[in-house]
Design a protein around this ligand. Structure first.
Ligand SMILES: O=P(O)(O)O[C@@H]1C[C@H](O)[C@@H](CO)O1
Ligand SMILES: Nc1nc2[nH]cnc2c(=O)[nH]1
Length: 319
């Protein structure tokens, strides 16, 4: 294993880092070993890595410290490859992530991010599937995340909990967690690609633990608290990435609208029925993971093109 990687593996003593890095150094050719940019593929979005060439896939099962992604729509491998012509830009994609609701500890959830940082990644593009809380967001819209609302973090479920570690900030600031320069490039990339204005929005992501979807009251609560979309991932990864000093961009694909009907009174319905009157009420609707995956599949191509253009712009601004 290259000496530089070996010494990084001991930094902080987080998980079996030295072993993970050693396996990667053994498997990967030199041109892929030091990725410049990382992508985390959200539910149904593993095809984001199909813009890469010369790909080497490393299954999570061969990397100590990695869990197994058990959610449909998430594969379990790192894909290393090159993006673009010529020498290409070395990129690594996480095909599948870990969620706390699968039973993974928060340190397992963020371990891959720490590995990517040690491989030399400087910018990370994290994608996810999310439900829209903001009624102006349509299914299929991509939302460039500018901030988050993480009740689990506020309530003591935070991947950075634990003893202070040398070379890491004890109190991580998050006011600039979502890199403004990267967010600028997201909108420039969309413009360069000629995407319609409505295809890309900006907003705040609410992190919930899942695996149950929100009740209507929870949806109203999160919306009233200022969130535009809601999902079950991403925030722990953002915290670890920021702690590791990476620049972070997050793209959420709206896969469903979180139904936030006004309180509908059954008493009024019964009274209307008894009085022989008809009453209009919102139709009940339920979200499903199948629906989430199906929208992911339909929109993966747009997301893939946007991510690829974003990476090109990142590297042309900061080679
Ligand atoms: O991994 P992401 O955040 O893309 O997946 C979302 C949140 C849940 O894991 C799942 C719910 O359908 O999709
Ligand atoms: N929590 C949550 N996560 C999602 N992921 C995709 N859609 C949703 C949703 O409606 N709620």
């Amino acid at each position: 294993m290259p000496a530089a990687l070996a010494s990084q593996g001991q930094n902080g003593g987080i998980g079996p880092m030295a072993s993970t890095l050693e396996v990667l150094a053994h498997i990967l050719p030199a041109r892929l070993l030091k990725p410049r940019v990382a992508i985390v593929c959200g539910s149904g979005l593993s095809t984001l890595a199909s813009s890469l060439r010369d790909v080497v896939e490393v299954p999570y099962s061969s990397l100590e410290g990695f869990g197994k992604s058990t959610v449909e729509g998430h594969r379990s491998a790192l894909a290393f490859g090159l993006l673009g012509e010529g020498n290409g830009i070395p990129v690594v994609a996480m095909l599948g992530r870990f969620h706390p609701y699968e039973g993974h500890s928060l340190s397992t959830v963020v371990y891959p991010i720490r590995v990517l940082a040690r491989l030399g990644v400087r910018d990370i593009i994290i994608t996810n599937a999310a439900g829209a809380l903001n009624p102006s967001l349509d299914v299929g819209t991509i939302v460039s995340i500018q901030d988050h609302l993480a009740i689990p973090n506020l309530a003591g479920f935070n991947p950075l909990l634990g003893p202070a570690r040398p070379n890491y900030p004890r109190f991580l600031p998050l006011s600039t967690a979502y890199s403004r320069p990267l967010r600028r490039l997201v909108f420039l990339a969309a413009h360069t690609l000629g995407l319609p204005r409505a295809a890309l929005a900006e907003g705040t992501y609410a992190w919930v633990s899942g695996p149950s979807y929100e009740t209507p009251a929870e949806g109203r609560f999160l919306r009233a608290a200022g969130a535009d979309v809601v999902g079950m991932s991403t925030v722990p990864e953002v915290l670890a990435a920021r702690e590791e000093g990476l620049n972070v961009a997050v793209l959420s694909l709206v896969t469903n609208k979180v139904v936030i009907p006004e309180y509908s009174s059954v008493r009024e319905e019964v009274e209307a029925e008894l009085a022989g009157k008809s009453i209009q009420r919102a139709k009940d609707a339920e979200v499903s993971h199948e629906e989430v995956l199906s929208v992911g599949k339909q929109k993966a191509e747009v997301m893939k093109t946007l991510v690829a253009k974003l990476i090109e712009l990142i590297v042309s601004e900061q080679p």
